[in-house]
Design a protein around this ligand. Structure first.
Ligand SMILES: Cc1ncc(COP(=O)(O)O)c(C=O)c1O
Length: 459
């Protein structure tokens, strides 16, 4: 029997099926700039608005079910509403949400971080990942009494004034709206694939800290070259620089002890958020006792006034967040958790690559651990139709921009119509996802490629 011709486009169908989100977006735009509360949620023609979530799924205001690969921006290793994390929070809710004082839950939470993360001799809690990286560089500057922080091109460390420099192409840009040039001048940026340039910059003697995402920029979007982490460790030690691993995404995801455990390279300080707080708002800086002691009050004359690093924060380690974080970390201590999530993501990456190769569609899916990214429209020599960690021959700039092509934008809408929500052009798996979810997603991906081809998206 002949198939009925396609009469509507992906764009038209999206506007139709997600009409409630469009209405919500129009309403939101009246009171929220651009209608979104995180730049990462920007999406054309409009983003979905969600009504509820459970496990691996979210339901939008129109009742569309979506297999969720955003997973709370990577914070939900156990999916939405994990019963144990929820029970811990519920038990705490009636006992008080803010003591304005220390409490046992924050001590337990710090003990769990310290138990799992190799570098974490001591832990200080913050309100978010952005606050964690801000605090870590302040501590490093104070400890070394040097002014400059060195970072890698394309690496994201939150939105504080210091660390946005060099995050997006053009990496060499020295200005950013709203950030004083004087602030930008205290941050040095080097390419992420050139150890020679890294060492050359360190020889100048002004660098307090080297901060990087141990997965490579933007959760393995721009993979690091082989051996980079160990070389960075050695160079940081050689030049007396504080090495900071930003494990806001990789912490408890790459391994129970994060990327530092997976790769066997221990930094001096580690910044954490997302999973550390069990999907609740919270973060932490952890590290060597000697450096973390910069945050402690001491009896030494002049220390508290002149040397101690200041750190406040109304919501640091609030009781409900501490309960969620502690319970989450106890669960994340079991390495079969990360292994299960890794297997699902590998299955997805392989499935996407096979679907592209089978159809002769230019593109590639890559990533590691439990994350994946996909790029349509370009080819790489190592596309084999299987799993891929590093897309060969693609510049860091191109990888960072990979989500932004028109084909990727259409793919995202097409997948939404199939009931699959990507996080930008990729996503993260959780314990709540099943192999069925992954296989359905791969089938959906194939159908969307076919539909895109029928719409002439690949010509
Ligand atoms: C590696 C990394 N560092 C820092 C941050 C900032 O964390 P937050 O959004 O909690 O401020 C993020 C957020 O995605 C991140 O991915």
């Amino acid at each position: 029997m002949a198939q009925a011709p396609v009469t509507t486009t992906i764009d038209q169908d999206f506007a139709d099926r997600f009409a409630g989100s469009l209405a919500m977006h129009e309403r939101a735009r009246q009171v929220i700039p651009g209608g979104i509360t995180h730049d990462g949620r920007f999406m054309k023609p409009f983003p979905p608005y969600i009504a509820n979530a459970q496990g691996a799924y979210k339901w939008d205001v129109d009742g569309n079910r979506l297999i969720d690969y955003v997973m709370g921006h990577g914070s939900l290793l156990f999916g939405h509403n994990d019963p144990e994390i929820l029970a811990a929070m519920q038990a705490q809710l009636t006992r008080g949400t803010h003591y304005g004082a220390g409490h046992e839950l924050e001590v337990q939470w710090a003990e769990e971080v310290s138990r799992l993360v190799p570098s974490a001799e001591q832990v200080k809690f913050t309100g978010s990942g952005t606050e964690s990286t801000l605090l870590a560089i302040r501590v490093a500057r104070s400890y070394t009494e040097r002014p400059t922080v060195l970072k890698l091109e394309g690496h994201f460390h939150g939105w504080n004034d210091y660390l946005l420099k060099g995050e997006k192409p053009p990496f060499e840009s020295t200005s950013s709206p709203g950030i004083p040039r004087e602030v930008m001048a205290t941050i040095a940026v080097v390419p992420s694939d050139d150890l020679g340039m890294l060492e050359e910059r360190l020889t100048q003697g002004d660098v307090a800290a080297l901060i990087l995402e141990p997965s490579g920029g933007s959760w393995a979007t721009v993979p690091l070259i082989e051996g980079y982490l160990q070389a960075a460790r050695d160079l940081a030690t050689k030049y007396g620089v504080v090495l900071i691993f930003d494990e806001v995404i990789t912490g408890f995801r790459w391994a129970p002890g994060g990327a530092q455990q997976r790769y066997g390279v221990t930094p001096d300080l580690t910044t954490l958020a997302k999973i550390v707080a069990g999907g609740m708002p919270g973060g932490a800086v952890a590290g060597k006792r000697e450096i973390m002691e910069m945050l402690a009050f001491k009896d030494e004359p002049g220390w508290n006034a002149k040397r101690k690093v200041r750190h406040q924060g109304t919501y640091n380690a609030s009781p409900v967040v501490s309960a969620a974080g502690t319970t989450c970390l106890r669960k994340a201590a079991d390495p079969s958790v990360q292994a299960a999530c890794d297997d699902l993501a590998a299955r997805l990456r392989s499935g996407f690559n096979a679907a592209m190769v089978e159809r002769g569609v230019a593109g590639y899916a890559w990533g590691e651990s439990s994350v994946f990214h996909v790029k349509l429209g370009d080819t790489v020599p190592n596309q084999s139709g299987g799993d891929m960690r590093v897309p060969e021959g693609v510049s860091a700039e191109a990888l960072k921009e990979s989500a932004h092509g028109p084909q990727n934008a259409l793919l995202r809408l097409g997948l939404m119509l199939e009931g699959v929500e990507l996080f930008s052009s990729g996503g993260m798996t959780s314990v709540a996802h099943t192999t069925d979810d992954i296989d359905q997603t791969v089938e959906s991906f194939g159908r969307v490629l076919d539909r895109m081809a029928a719409e002439g998206a690949f010509v």
